[in-house]
Design a protein around this ligand. Sequence first.
Ligand SMILES: [Zn+2]
Length: 143
Amino acid sequence: MTAPAVPPISKGILKLARQIAPTAVPQYVAVEPAEDCLPERSFANVTAIVRRCGGAMSLGWRLREQPRAFVEGVFHSVWHRPEGGLIDVTPRADQQTRIVFLPDARIEWDGEPAEPRRLMLHEQPCYCGSGMPFNICHGLAEA
Ligand SMILES: [Zn+2]
């Protein structure tokens, strides 16, 4: 059985990643919720699993793209396993099996959630010549 192809990380996400942490590289991280882990509580989840199983907390940003609208980075943490490799142990409501994660070694976490970072995507005029932005013209029909 071959794994499904992983799509390339989008230009918008790469652009936001460069703004947040110019030297870091965004990567896919598998979502494998661990026992007792709660949605939206990545810091508590990772702290608990590090205490139980070792490894370390990796701080950074979960990046996602709302196509034709914006890209967003949300402060997030994943588990750096003792044997190496990153795992997102926080369960997700949308059942996605991976996230795009940007490790950010410069973050000093004081226990407060950091503000999400957002970048609006450039609005393309619609190909039909209406003069409207694509996302509120034919983009709506194709979404
Ligand atoms: Zn149109």
